[in-house]
Design a protein around this ligand. Structure first.
Ligand SMILES: C[S@@+](CC[C@H](N)C(=O)[O-])C[C@H]1O[C@@H](n2cnc3c(N)ncnc32)[C@H](O)[C@@H]1O
Length: 316
């Protein structure tokens, strides 16, 4: 199959702190479901591939004797190390390396999880490696979540528009390669995994309504690969309006800024405040998480995907 679009390896540089603070955790129900499906023995090893700051590794760590957290971005693994030390998780190991170059032997892992990242990896190569790395009966789970601005509410559309404006104004539009999703449409993840020897073992969705503060949204934006702090910082006036005005327009339209303050967009600069005052304004939005479980086609039935959902075809 034709190759995937290549993402630059350092797109998340400078985001780790924001990523850790402002990404919503995977819902407890999703983590519990994943554990139930993977049925870890308690003596095995978990691999969280492209782990970020350990969004999956930390909630799953109690079910494994050892946890490897692997990410190409050193800032991310540094945060993982600090967090593991802070919670006394001596069985967690953070490794800074590209997923494709991880030195791991056959049958090294009882479970492998990849959260919001499979599209950034060389999918066919990583699928093949994962098949080798997994123990027979082991589970591979692809986990996904939607962005806060992915939705049809007025504020979500307004925010998506602001972000597009900023990317263009800051010359950051190309950070996400154009047409990045086309290879996945032509050759979906489950086909890539199937060629590597996996079979689907259930796809599950979890929806949660979340009320975002402006501060949370601002932090989340800074955790992205397309508008990270190095891109947003020190930007010059670019003629775009600040998001707060756009976000407030409906339903909180104000004719005058609160407490007589000048609104942050008045000087024409791109602004996104994350200070204490930015915590005002709350936006409701549904958030959706999806987990697709896979197991080795040739393996004995066991672990991931026991039960009726096992034969459903995932679309992640
Ligand atoms: C959207 S974040 C996902 C973080 C976390 N897994 C989650 O579920 O929120 C994508 C992560 O993939 C990492 N990444 C991108 N390409 C990678 C590669 N080839 N090998 C390892 N990590 C990679 C980035 O550094 C970033 O931390």
């Amino acid at each position: 199959m034709a190759g995937d679009v290549r993402f630059e390896p350092d797109l998340y540089r400078g985001t780790a702190d924001y990523y850790d603070r402002f990404r919503l955790p995977y819902p407890d129900a999703m983590i519990a479901d994943l554990v139930r499906r993977a049925a870890p023995s308690g003596r095995g090893r978990l691999l969280d591939l492209a782990c970020g700051t350990g969004q999956l590794a930390f909630p799953l760590r109690g079910s494994f004797a050892e946890v490897w957290c692997v990410d190409a971005e050193p800032d991310m693994t540094e945060v993982v190390r600090a967090k593991a030390t802070a919670v006394g998780a001596t069985h967690m190991r953070a490794i800074t390396v590209g997923a494709e170059d991880l030195p791991a032997g056959p049958d090294s892992f009882e479970s492998i999880v990849i959260g919001n990242a499979f599209h950034r990896l060389r999918r066919a190569a990583v699928a093949g490696l994962a098949h080798t790395w997994l123990r027979p009966g082991g589970c591979l789970a692809l986990c996904w979540s939607t962005s806060p601005w992915a939705g049809s509410r007025d504020w979500q559309r307004a925010l998506a528009g602001v972000l597009r404006t900023w990317q263009n104004a800051l010359g950051a539009a190309g950070r996400v390669p154009p047409g990045w999703d086309r290879p996945r449409q032509r050759d979906p993840d489950h086909d890539v995994l199937s060629r590597a020897g996996f079979e689907p073992a259930g796809r599950h969705e979890f929806s949660v309504e979340h009320h975002w503060t402006i501060r949370e949204l601002a932090g989340h934006i800074r955790s992205t690969s397309f508008l990270p702090p190095p891109v947003l910082a020190d930007h010059a006036a670019a003629g775009a309006r600040g998001p707060r005005r756009r976000l407030r327009r409906r339903p909180h339209r104000r004719t005058r800024p609160p407490h007589g303050r000048r609104p942050p967009h008045r000087d024409g600069r791109l602004r996104l405040r994350t200070g204490p005052q930015a915590g005002t304004g709350v936006k409701a939005g549904g958030r959706r998480w999806v987990v697709g479980c896979f197991r080795m086609a040739s393996a004995r039935r066991g672990g991931c995907g026991r039960g009726g959902a096992a034969r459903r075809r995932p679309s992640t």
